[in-house]
Design a protein around this ligand. Sequence first.
Ligand SMILES: N[C@@H](CCC[C@H](N)C(=O)O)C(=O)O
Length: 287
Amino acid sequence: MEKNFFAKFHGLGNDYICIDDDWIDFELDEKAIRTICDVHYGIGSDGILLKTPSSKADFGLRIFNPDGSEAEKSGNGLRIFAKFLYDYEYTVKREFSIETKGGIVKAKIEELVNGRAKVITVDMGKATFKSKDIPVLCEEEECIGKKIKVKDKEFEINCVSVGNPHCVIIVDQLDEKTVKEYGSLIENLDIFPNRVNVQFAKVVSPDLVEIRIWERGAGYTLASGSSSCAVASVMVKRGLTDRNLTVKMPGGILKISIDNNWNIKMTGEVQEICSGKLSLELTEQFI
Ligand SMILES: N[C@@H](CCC[C@H](N)C(=O)O)C(=O)O
């Protein structure tokens, strides 16, 4: 592969740039990540997926948010990375394991179109509601249905980790303005020492939930896989939906299923946008 090669993909409008650590000749530090993810000074994306070696799984993955922070897990990121591995011939297998900071997951290429991966299932691992594991500073062992005040508004929050931390707010009506106005404030509340991903979720029927997302380190996004898993876990925990459900987002839908041990499976589509080479003029700024 060419030096400083990249490929860009999206999962339901949540877009990521894949880079192989072996191909780059600069350090992917905060400055480089922020610049590459910027739509004016770089390629523009909701994050970077860096392929790394792994001694515990078939492949290693580091996930970076556009603000330069590192995420433990990403649902769309994992489906995209699985497509990248298959389409760029790192593997001919359709099932393999990926090590992330948030644990080892299994990916399965369910459907190919013209030899390229299209529909992918990721076994995301277990949801946990334990406050200390999320982490959320909460007196109760689990922070479910807890009322908090943010600026002038009261919210009832439900916290869960699916490898990365989430705060789910169940509402009767979804309102993009509220997500954009309060998302960042909730993300940065003192009760979340590692910050948090925020979802506003509306139950449409026992097998359909609609959500809007504010992502930690990224802001408003059109879709999020780990957010869908987090919302589905909270819905099941609160007895509001079935264990198999569809999560609808502005960018599209994901199918989520939660077993009796809180193990989560997520299935959805991914697509490649473009590939190319980061220019010398761009990368020499990072050296
Ligand atoms: N878009 C992702 C989530 C990416 C990581 C997140 N912003 C975090 O910091 O935890 C997804 O599809 O899950």
